[in-house]
Design a protein around this ligand. Sequence first.
Ligand code: C5P
Length: 227
Amino acid sequence: MELCVALDLPTKEQNLELVEKIKGYPIWLKVGFRSYIRDGKEFIHALKAINPEFKIFLDLKLYDIPNTMADAAESIMALGVDMFNVHASAGKIAMQTVMQRLSSYEKRPLVLAVTALTSFDEEEFRSVYNQDIASKADQFAKESYEAGLDGVVCSAFESASIKTITSANFATLTPGIRPFGEDAGDQKRVADIVMAKKQRVDFIVVGRPIYTAADPSALVAKILSQL
Ligand code: C5P
């Protein structure tokens, strides 16, 4: 299991300050919409300059027509990031087109699919997808596996069952992690490290517990010691 730290602080400077504190660890860093739109590729380069060994997960959740997604995937690859994601609801053909485009390169980033956004309740989800969340999320996971993606973003509680319907090697990345039972904040269902391990999660995403900790470095060390 690997640790991915969500860089969700309000400014580029604050994010870089946090990264400086945890620069000695073998970790992933998650760069989301806000910072990428605002701080661009220079931010990615700044992270790699702090420690070239950092792995970067660019969380942009692509959703568009197949060719446009493949074009974007190629541009993302040129940034030198190590993982990015797409919406499985863009369709199997779009996901296949992305993977096909990246296959011509010797080294490509990992590509994950978002199944169901956890912000949906059943009613709203049904109005968009005309199906219940659990069965549609399973279908999205299967389709992304069949399209050749490397894994999915999902809840820690779904990780083991997704591996059962796809493959043990199909990676799961799970937000909503409170490593040692820290405050859940606005997360509805949180899992700790013990649960994530039981569910055979590959990547845990941790944001607030780390950046609000009095000593983020000590907490990262403690988390890594438990993985
Ligand atoms: O601070 P916290 O640990 O809750 O941060 C979780 C991170 O994972 C945030 O960047 C959030 O946007 C992201 N995320 C999530 N739930 C999802 C997908 C992404 O919490 N379903």
